[in-house]
Design a protein around this ligand. Structure first.
Ligand code: HEM
Length: 456
């Protein structure tokens, strides 16, 4: 959520009062103990993620109700179900990127092309999730790749700005948001249409006794999702809300993690070389590496992603939770029931009691100790952990491993303010500046996320 005060830890320590009724907690051990308590609930701040004023998976404050939704949608996020959507994930993910990059290289006189990898990852991740959610490609919403990237950015911006001003009177919020309003409404209307079209299709298949031909995607999953315990299904409004949520929760988070990984590999050439050597030693050029193959053969590339999830957690704001009945003790301080505890993921992922050289990008730490993977808090922890993490991993691994295999990357010569020799205050390569709108993303992606690609 908010990233204000993210680094106050340096000044105030592992637990500090943020406002009269709230504290921020930063020690990973405290966070795991606190979030692991199933009575801890989400704070009212999450209302801002209710797109149509209807609660959804992320905004439920009560864990009991959230559990029903997790049981309804959970099975559809399992790798076994995702495997049925593999064609869409691969076509709109790595294949879309490869097609674009190969065309650019083959039409270039010197076999080199400059691309903006951040935009390309955003478009492909959005392409995947929107196709899974709408049941059809969404690219037609804008005329060019740059326009699609802008359109996605604008809808995210709408939500973040709306979030900041939600407590103001409605007409003021409307005035503040009108520049972004139509981006958001295009998306919302598109979802309404998609639900109607899908309902009509299912009716037709039913009439023709061909229900086996029904599509396998997120929209279908949400329409069919049923809690095995209560047998409750979602209403149309709830399905709409979940579709909006999936688009936002599952798009920028995944694409920006891949972008941060490429950026970090450019800043740490020794890790870049090792990742490239690993993938090229196992797979032939232009073989499309599947998710299963990535998991079986590419431990270093996997470690590179874990390390960027740790070092630059895309969701690294403060997650607001409510202290349950009876209160709780943290670091010898008693927090009474109802206190808001902001969970500081970014600081926990850098905490020196747990991570050696926390400010260094060092994927090898996960090769030496696999257990460490479970201590990264970027997908959250406890009952309300991210249900979309397997889908995210599917996209991140297949995109990253295939591009590292099939293209050589070179930083553009004019990108002199970033590079292995431009150091931050900790003595490690300085990363590009970032801002946080839902995900942590570059402030100046048009300038900083350019890269020259060639074929090896
Ligand atoms: C690298 C990619 C991703 C990261 C780092 C990430 C991270 C997170 C985090 C930290 C939360 C907890 C938020 C909070 O409590 O305030 C969360 C929740 C959630 N995420 Fe993800 N996520 C990613 C990808 C996805 C994808 C691909 C989807 C689905 C398409 C998804 C769907 C959700 C949903 C529905 C929740 C709400 C769970 C609940 O509150 O019970 N996420 N995610």
């Amino acid at each position: 959520m908010a990233h204000l005060g993210r680094w106050d830890h340096d000044k105030y320590g592992d637990i500090y009062v943020s406002t009269p009724n709230s504290v921020t907690i930063c020690d990973p051990a405290d966070i795991r103990a606190f979030m692991g308590n199933s009575a801890v609930s989400k704070a009212d701040y999450y209302r801002i993620l209710e797109f149509t004023e209807i609660e959804n998976t992320v905004s439920f404050r009560e864990n009991e109700i959230a559990s029903v939704r997790h049981r309804q949608v959970g099975p559809y996020f399992k790798p076994t179900h995702l495997a049925k959507m593999e064609d869409t994930i691969m076509d709109l993910g790595i294949m879309t990127i490869k097609k674009k990059w190969d065309t650019l290289i083959s039409s270039s006189p010197n076999g080199a092309a400059e691309v903006n990898y951040c935009n390309d990852f955003v478009i492909s991740a959005f392409g995947i999730i929107s196709t899974l959610v709408y049941g059809k490609k969404v690219k037609e919403l804008s005329k060019s790749d740059a326009a699609t990237a802008k359109w996605i950015d604008m809808t995210m911006m709408y939500l973040s700005v709306r979030a900041m001003f939600l407590l103001l009177p409605k007409f003021i919020v409307f005035l503040l948001l009108w520049p972004w309003e139509h981006y958001y409404h295009t998306l919302s209307n598109y979802i309404d249409e998609a639900i109607d079209t899908r309902k009509a299709l299912i009716k037709k298949l039913e009439d023709e006794n061909r229900l086996n031909d029904k599509p396998v995607d997120m929209l279908q999953a949400l329409m069919e999702a049923e809690d095995p315990e209560s047998k409750i299904r979602m209403t149309r409004e709830q399905i709409h809300g979940e579709c909006m949520l999936m688009m936002h929760a599952g798009s920028d988070t995944t694409s920006h993690t891949i972008a941060w990984t490429v950026h970090l590999l450019m800043l740490y050439p020794e890790h870049y070389k090792r990742a490239v050597a690993e993938v090229r030693s196992v797979f032939a050029p232009d073989h499309i590496i599947t998710y299963k193959e990535c998991r079986a053969h590419l431990p270093f590339i996997e470690a590179c992603i874990y390390e960027s999830l740790r070092l630059v957690p895309v969701t690294g704001g403060l997650l607001p939770r409510v202290v349950p009945k009876g209160g709780t003790m943290i670091k010898g301080h008693y927090l009474p029931e109802g206190t808001i505890a902001f969970v500081n993921i970014a600081v926990a992922n850098h905490h020196k009691t747990f991570w050696d050289n926390p400010h260094e990008y060092d994927p090898t730490r996960f090769l030496h100790n696999k257990e460490l993977q479970h201590y990264i808090l970027t997908f959250s922890y406890g009952k309300r952990t991210c249900p979309g993490r397997s889908l995210a991993w599917w996209e991140m691994l297949t995109v990253l491993s295939n591009i590292l295999k099939d293209y050589d990357f070179h930083m553009p010569k004019d990108l002199t303010h970033l590079g292995p020799h431009v150091l931050n205050k900790y003595g490690f390569p300085k990363t590009m500046d970032f801002k946080q709108y839902i995900a942590v993303k570059p402030v100046n992606s048009e300038r900083d996320c350019r890269i020259i690609i060639t074929r090896p």
